[in-house]
Design a protein around this ligand. Structure first.
Ligand SMILES: [Zn+2]
Length: 231
């Protein structure tokens, strides 16, 4: 499981994480009388309602690991993430608000997602993994937990696929966030926040194939949360 992510697993006992996860985030709507754009809370599984950083805030990031690892992580962030997030990111040697290192044996994990000082542990610097874990740090959640997901999981197939991984199938894949009385964005099978899963894992035979970069809906979430990118 080269690119498997353990964030839900690592945060399973944090009440704050669970509450924020349930809280969802925002969707743009128009007031029918004034045509004014207003933000309506939604419950898209991949986003927290309340993140620490506000539009335009400064964020410093320190990266630890071998030279090549650091260069590759910085390159992915600069070209594939920062252009779509309205925060002022800067790399520092020490004392960063965020910490990214190579101290994870397989895949990656993010602790304190959506908070002031998240920590990202990576096992490698692949583009997908760097973007995926960074988006957790920004408050995004796994797309499989979107309440609008319209797939019927075949549990035996999931169990077979993850027989060797340290994955809690129920917590990380099957259990969606509840969407009582709220709207949610459509399920995005290509979201960078998905897990790669073959069609055999669900009755609808839909392959979940996370994109190697942010999809339009991923970017939409980032803009709703952090505002339009200011140059
Ligand atoms: Zn993840």
């Amino acid at each position: 499981m080269e690119n498997m992510c353990y964030t839900d697993f690592a945060s399973m006992n944090s009440m704050e994480y669970i509450e924020k996860n349930l809280a969802g985030n925002w969707s743009a709507e128009y007031n029918y009388r004034t045509d004014e754009k207003i933000l309506i809370p939604t419950n898209r599984a991949v986003g927290m309602l309340s993140v620490y950083y506000k539009p335009g805030d400064n964020v410093t990031i320190e990266i630890h690991g071998p030279y090549e690892f650091k260069q590759q992580v910085m390159n992915v962030l600069q070209t594939k993430v920062f252009p779509y997030v309205n925060l002022n990111f800067r790399f520092v040697d020490y004392g960063g608000d965020w910490l990214i290192d190579d101290k994870w044996s397989s895949g990656g994990v993010t602790f304190d997602a959506g908070k002031k000082n998240p920590t990202i542990h990576l096992s490698n610097s692949s583009q997908f993994l760097v973007i995926h874990e960074t988006c957790h740090a920004l408050g995004m959640m796994h797309e499989m937990r979107n309440p609008n997901i319209d797939l019927t999981w075949i549990v035996s197939a999931l169990e077979q696929k993850y027989s060797k991984g340290n994955i809690n199938i129920n917590e990380q894949i099957i259990k969606t966030v509840k969407s009582n009385e709220v709207r949610a964005l459509p399920f995005d099978k290509n979201s960078v926040m998905g897990y790669p899963l073959p069609g055999e894992t669900n009755k609808e035979n839909v392959e979940i194939k996370p994109a190697e970069e942010l999809t339009d809906i991923d970017k939409q979430w980032l803009e709703m949360t952090y505002g339009k990118k200011q140059n």
